[in-house]
Design a protein around this ligand. Sequence first.
Ligand SMILES: [Zn+2]
Length: 291
Amino acid sequence: MGHHRADHRAVRGLPSATRAPAQPGRHAAVQSAVVRPQRARTRILGAVPTLFGVAVLAVAGTGAVGTSPGSDLPRGVSATVASAPAASSSESQAVEGQEIVIDLEEREAAISRDSQRQALQDAADAELVEAAEEQAVERNATLKSLAKATEQRASQLRADQWTIPTSNYRLTARFGQSGGYWSSNHTGLDFAAPSGTPIVSVAAGQVTETGYDGSYGNKTVVTLTDGTEIWYCHQTTVDVQVGQQVGSGQQIGTVGSTGNSTGPHLHLEVRPGGGDPVDPYQALVVNGLTP
Ligand SMILES: [Zn+2]
């Protein structure tokens, strides 16, 4: 390609060697070179092929830097021709002509660079969008994870939530009370309530024991998830079976007066780890309840 275009310009150099430097016909020369390339090429073919090669190499070596101030094609042409000596060689003309070609190539290259720059910018934008989308996905995943954790925590709190074990009651005997009625200090908290009043589990757990137990009468033991045993005594009825899972507030039986009892009431005991009893009242208070 470059050689063909160089041919056009080089032709101009041959006749111009006979012209005066500031010859006003330079525009005509340019025109003839541009407008009649076919004829010009015909005239010099075989005459300066080697010269063209030198010119092209020279331009290629200096790159596009050699373009005259302002890269507009007409000005580049004028400056070139005006500065060319009368007896300038075909080579210099060819070089100048090549410069014009380079001007065009430079312009094309500039356009190409602009396109490339735009493409790079587009790519960068695309990467930013992609990164933003990835962040959004991550954020959503994090929020979902947080929501799940919150729900699990709420579920756990609900499971841990304690409930007053019966209703329509009044407290008639506290933990640790002593008296002739008990062989030792009172081991639980008494909720006096009408016979048949529902008894509910104070918290979530598993039924680990049911049945008649001497002075305790009909008794149900629910073991909570932390291992604490809750004893419900003197029941009229037992509504659950060993091994059954119960939730906080779920009915497990009814108030009665079975065993060593002077009247219908719920005797409630709290035994951490299945060991010695602690004050049920305090246990309820610790769990946010005031019986
Ligand atoms: Zn009692």
